[in-house]
Design a protein around this ligand. Sequence first.
Ligand code: 4AD
Ligand code: MG
Length: 525
Amino acid sequence: MYETCSGQPHLAFSGNASYNDCAMKILTTIDHLSQHAGQQVALTGWLYNSRSSGKIAFLIVRDGTGQCQCIVEKSSVAEEVFERAKSLTQEASVRVEGLVREEPRAPGGYEIHAVNVQPIAPSVDYPITPKPHGIDFLMRNRHLHLRSKRPWALMRIRHTIIDAVRRFFDSRGFILIDTPILTPSAGEGASTLFEVDYFGEPVYLAQTGQLYLESAAMAHRKVYCFGPTFRAEKSKTRRHLTEFWMVEPEVAFITLDELMGLAEDFVSSIVEAVLSDRQEELKTLERDIAPLESLKRPFARLSYSQAVDILRGPIAQDFLKGEMERLQTRINEMQGNITKMEADLAGARKPAQQDMLARQIQEVRDELGDVQEQLQHIPEHMEIVRNFRWGDDLGGADETVISRTHDRPVFVHHYPREAKAFYMKVESEDQGKTVRNFDLLAPEGYGEIIGGSMREDDLETLVSRIKEMGMDPEHYAWYLDLRKYGSVPHGGFGLGIERTVAWICGLKHIRETIPFPRLLGKVYP
Ligand code: 4AD
Ligand code: MG
């Protein structure tokens, strides 16, 4: 609801323009300005940034749909309007009225020549200034940080990814099934369970919807679930959240090959949607989109044993040597930058400039620390991969080697059974040494974004697998029922939304991919 000049509330537009009765200004939003070139409009939003002189004020207004430069000239507005415009502070809410003009140099291609500026509510000492801030500070102020350009662009890309996910499965006849979040037993490894007191009984936050989804696949054939999932991950890595969103399809009467084909089409459709709808946002993030544009099908398919051969062989050693050189060059560059900025700081007079340089130096130092740490670990990693033992799970660093030595996403299938979950279908063709599963590794070193498998559909094998893992088959009685009443081959996979956002946006860390990240030791705000 907006207040009109006469004080009568009237319902605002949604997307399309509406007329405000007092001034006959078209109330619109920044994303629709192109439809109003040459017209008088009104915008409502927040002041993002501004600068002014004695004669002219430039207000960058954001309204949620975009940013627009509003020009207020002293000579063409009332004295008090100019004064009000000049005294607006960052993030004050505001209504601006004026003429829309095409301006190819302006962000968005249009600007407004203001005739009126009305403050709505003040904003005093907004903490996130236009200067650079450290990531910890920004994350502590995440509730405000979401308004800044970078998270704004990221959340829009995340939206498009989620939208593409739904469209993909809906258009292929999958039925959406919502699976429970409070669950009586583990879906994945017991070591990452969050326990909740459920009226005196211990229950757990869902690690996956899969087991429930399998029962729905027996009812609807092709189903998917999409919801928050939880893992009490005790590791601080750039790939792990404790709360993340996962989309999981599950299909009855499918084969492992067909499942990988489905995952390939699925991931390609997500990338296509982002490239088609979010070019501006990708630019804001300075994402090099060439690797996304050249995403080639078919994706590579390697067995786990082939991946192990790569890790143990010369390809991995050469790659890691190259990495050492690359990181060393980067370190030299950053050290040079720090020396230069320190010299600038010594000569800086204005406190604002000193502040900014100090922050920038801190940022580069933080990154330098990260890169030095990465470099330090490489010799050790060279040794580890050379002696990689068949049977171990691939770690994040191993995945990086596999993914960086291919120019496309890589499926790694048939992992050793002892490295994987109890529900995965044991491979009959190699005496049960491996399971019929796959991980999909995203390119550019991003590593696993999908984990999937055929499910064990034989009752006896499943019971013995549950026991093998030290769990009680009693706790899975209902799940075992699915193998008693018309068991069929079936399988599915789970794609982590945040890992996908991190890859598509080219981010170094997963914390920026979700509005309010939950990490080890971090749950504020
Ligand atoms: O490989 P995961 O553990 O597989 C499952 O949960 C299966 N039940 C899925 C299925 O077959 N229906 O997890 C699937 C994906 C990973 O590939 C990764 O993208 C994401 O979920 N993921 C995480 N993302 C962020 N933080 C974490 N701690 C994650 N753990 C898994
Ligand atoms: Mg996995």
